[in-house]
Write a protein that binds this ligand. Structure first.
Ligand code: NAP
Length: 255
């Protein structure tokens, strides 16, 4: 039955940046599909709230606090999940920051801050999880969270766009290098989604209207719009897809 292929029962899923926004919505979706979900972020009280909400619905969740700009924190997190759950089947590499600045004002500190999470953190989390998946006959699924900013140039977001272009390319390179281990690597490219990351756009009516003119569906997204594609890419139903980014953007990048 086709719908059975979307189920994630007995799978262990790490979702980074799951204390709020898109990561939280994806963590809920994977848990609803049956996965034992490990939401990771720095704000442990928010993660505990999520765990309480999920366990009140008899869904499995083990929250874990980590700063993913630190490679030693990433290694500890992956060791914890391996020890606690015995395996890692799914990684959603979602944590990111957006240091918005005109290009001429960017400092070395800004650059390091932007790269530490979006590039270094994303790569080493994938590397550490893939090393665990490699030892499993079933391999695993890595889903990187990309952005329309990997295709479109956005004003005052030169570093963010650079990192997301990097995520697109790393997704392809990881997919090619790890296919032999049965590790599938894909990406989701959200369009403009209402979260704390985009508060600045949603409070600037002029900018919001400008953005809406570029989106054929003429609406912005909510984090829940990312849930269906995340479950699909995490599941057996997507087993002939690797290396690609799926844009969930109301048609923004094709318009
Ligand atoms: P958000 O609401 O700001 O959430 C970001 C998440 O990342 C939070 O859970 C945050 O948790 C975590 N995080 C940030 N730095 C971290 C660190 N050093 N260590 C661990 N966790 C860290 O953002 P969002 O809009 O949901 O974005 C989620 C993903 O979607 C990002 O990859 C973003 O680039 C992408 N995206 C978003 C949009 C949009 O319109 N919102 C569009 C395209 C792509 P803590 O603060 O608790 O650590």
């Amino acid at each position: 039955m086709i719908l059975d292929k979307f189920r994630l029962d007995n799978k262990v899923a790490i979702v980074t940046g799951a204390s709020r926004g898109i990561g939280r919505a994806i963590a809920v979706a994977l848990a609803e599909a049956g996965a034992n979900t490990v939401p990771v972020a720095r704000d442990i009280s928010k993660l505990n709230e999520l765990a309480e909400e999920l366990s009140s619905r008899n869904l499995k969740c083990i929250p874990y606090k980590a700063d993913l700009s630190s490679v030693s924190n990433i290694k500890q997190m992956v060791d914890f999940v391996k020890k606690e759950c015995g395996r890692i089947d799914i990684l959603v590499n979602n944590a990111a920051v957006n240091v918005r600045k005109p290009a001429f004002s960017v400092t070395e500190d800004d650059w390091e801050k932007q790269m530490a999470v979006n590039m270094k953190g994303l790569f080493f989390t994938a590397q550490q999880a893939a090393m665990v998946m490699k030892e499993q006959a079933e391999g695993g699924k890595i889903i990187n969270i990309d952005s329309t900013g990997s295709v479109i140039g956005l004003e005052n977001q030169i570093m963010y766009c650079g990192t997301k272009g990097g995520v697109s390319q790393m997704t392809k390179a990881m997919a090619v290098e790890w296919a032999k281990y049965n590790i599938y690597v894909t990406a989701i490219g959200p369009g403009l989604t209402k979260t704390s990351l985009t508060e600045r756009v949603f409070t600037d009516k002029e900018l919001l209207n400008k953005r809406l003119q570029s989106i054929p569906l003429r609406r912005t997204a909510v984090p829940e719009d990312m849930q269906g594609v995340a479950v699909f890419l995490a599941s057996e139903a997507s087993n002939y897809i690797t290396g690609h980014t799926i844009y969930v953007d109301g048609g923004w990048v094709i318009s």
